[in-house]
Design a protein around this ligand. Sequence first.
Ligand code: SAH
Length: 475
Amino acid sequence: MMQKNETAIVKIEDIGVNGEGIGKIDGYTLFIKDAVIGDVVEAKVMKAKKNYGYARLMKVITPSEYRVEPKCMFARKCGGCQIQEMTYERQLLFKQNKVRSNLERIGGIAPELLEQTMEPIIGMEKPFYYRNKAQFPFGTDKEGKPITGFYAGRTHDIIANTDCALGVPVNQEILELVLDFMKKYHISSYDEKTEEGLLRHVLIRFGFITKEIMVCFVINGTKIPHSEELIEKLIKIEGMTSITISPNRKRTNVIMGETYEVLWGQEVITDYIGNVKYQISPLSFYQVNPVQTEKLYGLAMEYAGLQGQETVWDLYCGIGTISLFLAQKAKEVRGVEIVPQAIDDARHNAEMNGIKNVEFYVGKAEEVLPEYYETYDREHPGDTARADVIVVDPPRKGCEESLLKTMLDMEPERIVYVSCDSATLARDLKYLCGIGEEDAQESRRKYKLVKWRTVDQFPMSVHVETCVLLQRRTM
Ligand code: SAH
């Protein structure tokens, strides 16, 4: 066992789930943030447990072949990126392996089957400047000047930086302009401790296809003094389409207020994924990496294998992004989502695109679908509810068992599972495929894994999306 403050030289042999380097000294495991697999580093133990400890990277003694100079000078401190110092190729391999290992360990899927069914991870050609959305907090530096940037990992300390390498370049132009304006008129930044100060956050959105820009100021108040001058400056930026304020006077970690008000221009910006058009308000959810989202939805579409005659359910549909994508090739699509405003957006987006074969339901997927299934014969005597394809895209906690059970009861030809957390994905696949339960009910063994593929929606971070195709077994 090692002691706190002890230093050691260690070779990094593995990557942890949060991207940290893992090395061993006489069987004692050290987790070292910012160390890259293949590095030999000097590390200092910060927290020592019986069999493992957490250590700080003090010095890279021999850099790994996978180590690169980070693009951003704050890469290590900032909470936004975890693995910017790793080559992009190695990041992709790490993510694919992470998913594969969860599917094997938690899902109990045989390694040979995983190997046969895996398709190679879809990475980005240019893994920087990919985000269409950023929310920058305001703060104050030691001299009392306003700053903006990102929170350091696990804290609310702001690292002053207007040049984030994941966001679009126009962010910097907007942020510098806002900071100059704040200095000129002594406009204060909000302080979480005292709950005083005006500007809390600025949300910037950029339509990658339309080039439309949205700026929304989240303020602890009702208006920004001298806002005419701020607007006058902002609208000189090409593509400026919507400038709004969103009052938020609550002591909360939730960034946006509950409403917003237009200062200049439109309420919304428009953008496309593939040939489907979406309107995005300051409060709407919208995927942050449009280039990879198109690839992910394309994959979901391919796995759904639509010929035009299918009834498809899209559970956890958000603003209907996947639903509208699939509706182009299906007979009908039914989307289910818990947030009512998202469903308003979904219906609006369907109408705007002239897509008529979709229907949206507000509610919990684990309630709407079972209820639909169980009450179906009231209106259709002697018949049971069926679906050809069921798509799910749940939040990190995955699906409730009651929903998975109804999915099995409905016997769709194919199930397409889109997941942002491979641990819960693995748990749900285990259930759907009836793995490890020899005496599982018949229905639990009806599905088999056909294909799976990871898509890198978030380069430089440890997050990854996975798309899985399950097919009903023919008995
Ligand atoms: N498919 C969408 C959104 C996926 S994010 C897209 O790609 O844009 C997951 C969505 O599930 C969120 O919109 C969240 O509000 C919703 N959600 C969370 N719990 C839910 C539940 N129990 N039932 C239905 N929707 C839920």
